[in-house]
Design a protein around this ligand. Structure first.
Ligand code: GLY
Length: 481
């Protein structure tokens, strides 16, 4: 490999994760080159981020497994260390990075899960000794929902904050560009070079090559394509999917408040959140479209803008209706097929990954940087999210699939009746239960009691009128024993 100036490490990716890693490696005395197309292009997750430093705001009811707990602990550690991280970055670069603390989580009746999630957030905060207080929604500055969308509960997390992502990215890029042992190259990495099974560098889109004995892939969801192109066994590794998120910025000085106002997580996303920006504007986020759902492709759809604005105006502050619209953007969150971050050595000597941060990349970036730096300096960090972590091994269990179906169908029904809709009577829950039963049956190849009963009925009475019978047997739980 003919790299002009071979370095110890190449970090691929110039978003908040890649930049944080390169900076941290440089600080540890490792000569590092960070290569990426910049952090402001279409699809760059970092630029589209809020960024709430949401350690507790991201808690959802019922997420109780060991990896979920480990991830919560990682978020809490990251949140506690964040002020120090930004202080140091400011000192080092002479730049300011706007940030603030305070997050108000509000629950309303638009989403059935809101209250359970709000309770889970409060309980988790108490359990981990993080300050939290219930507040009267009427007393929350900046919260002024429309009639019919009133909050029915709210809690204040005074220590859970936000950071201005644009200013953070500028400061991080400056730190890497000017660092004694680091440099930043604006280029797209198109492939990883190996020799005799180990990493020797990367190839850029223009065909030139950069040499390094260690490569860290920190390019968000783009890591998947790079891994696919290597031609060496890298794994087993979970796959990466793009979770497209759309966000907008508005200017409304009379509505600007110094804290985050957000709903709990909802319907496959972070819910609606409004976050202050350093220039006095207000960030509104965010949608989430994964995989082949409409709107998952590149670009921003009217439907995404509509759902964001509809929710922000009705659920957070009707004043946004007349705010000055500034801009919108989208980013691709890196989501692993096991839903957890992915950081550490792959099976290819010299090749590391740091991605899979999904909705928490800005918050987790310094922690990923710490883990990678500790690994590369011979310390053995506590890292529950390494590629070969025990929870990642083995076949997908039946219960895992059933849990995914149950949560997915619940959120799907809730998502389908948005914006602001609901079904009459108890139809919402009936539909959810029915779809869960169908999904569970499909996921298990028909091997469930509900599926067997449905087949039995339809074999005996192959008429459309049997479908409501099946529906009520399943949803009212009046199945024959
Ligand atoms: N954490 C905010 C989002 O992913 O939308």
């Amino acid at each position: 490999v003919s790299g002009e100036h071979p370095v110890d490490v190449i970090v691929v990716g110039s978003g908040v994760v890649g930049l944080s890693i390169a900076r941290e490696l440089g600080r540890a005395g490792i000569t590092t080159s960070c290569i990426g197309p910049g952090h402001d292009g279409d699809g760059a997750a970092s630029a589209a981020a809020g960024a709430m430093l949401g350690a507790l705001g991201e808690v959802t009811a019922g997420a109780a497994g060991e990896p979920e707990r480990d991830e919560l602990l990682l978020r809490l550690a990251a949140a506690a260390a964040y002020p120090g991280f930004v202080d140091e970055l400011e000192d080092e670069t002479g730049r300011t990075v706007a940030r603030g603390s305070g997050t108000v989580v509000v629950a309303n009746l638009v989403n059935e899960q809101d209250r359970a999630n709000l309770r889970a957030i409060s309980a988790t905060a108490h359990e981990h000794g993080v300050r939290v207080e219930d507040v009267d929604p009427d007393e929350v500055a900046g919260l002024n929902p429309a009639r019919g969308y009133e909050a029915v509960g709210a809690c204040h997390l005074p220590d859970e904050g936000w950071v201005d992502t644009s200013e953070l990215l500028v400061a991080l890029a400056y730190a890497v560009r000017t660092g004694e042992r680091t440099d930043l190259e604006r280029a797209t990495v198109s492939g990883i070079r190996t020799d005799g099974g180990r990493v020797v560098g990367v190839e850029l889109a223009d065909g030139t090559v950069r040499g390094a004995s260690t490569v860290v892939l920190a390019a968000g969801v783009a890591v998947q394509e790079l891994l696919d192109g290597i031609g060496e066994p890298v794994g087993p590794l979970p796959g990466l999917l793009p979770g497209k998120g759309v966000s907008i910025r508005v200017r409304a000085p009379e509505l600007a408040v110094p804290h985050v106002i957000r709903t709990p997580n909802r319907d496959f996303a972070c819910g609606t959140h409004v976050v202050p920006r350093g220039d006095g504007s207000t960030y509104i986020g965010a949608t989430n479209r994964v995989s082949a759902t409409p709107g998952a492709g590149p670009g921003i759809t009217p439907g995404e803008l509509h759902s964001l604005l509809n929710s922000a105006i009705h659920e957070i502050n009707t004043g946004f209706r007349t705010a000055e619209y500034l801009t919108s953007c989208f980013g691709l969150r890196p989501l692993t097929t096991d839903h957890h971050p992915l950081v550490g050595a792959t099976a290819v000597p010299g090749l590391f990954v740091a991605t899979g941060t999904y909705r928490n990349g800005v918050l987790l970036a310094p922690e990923l940087a710490r883990v990678v730096t500790e690994e590369l300096t011979g310390r053995a960090p506590h890292n529950p999210f390494r590629p070969d972590a025990p929870f990642r091994r083995g076949r997908v269990r039946r219960e895992e699939m059933l849990d995914a179906v149950d949560a997915g169908m619940r959120d799907l029904v809730s998502f389908l009746v948005e914006p602001g809709g609901h079904l009459p009577y108890n139809r919402h829950r009936e539909l959810r239960t029915f779809l869960q039963a169908l999904g569970r049956g499909a996921a298990c190849g028909g091997d469930t009691a509900e599926f067997r009963r449905m087949r039995e009925l339809l074999e005996r009475y192959p008429i459309a009128e049997m479908v409501p019978q099946v529906f009520y047997e399943i949803t009212t739980d009046r199945r024959p024993a």
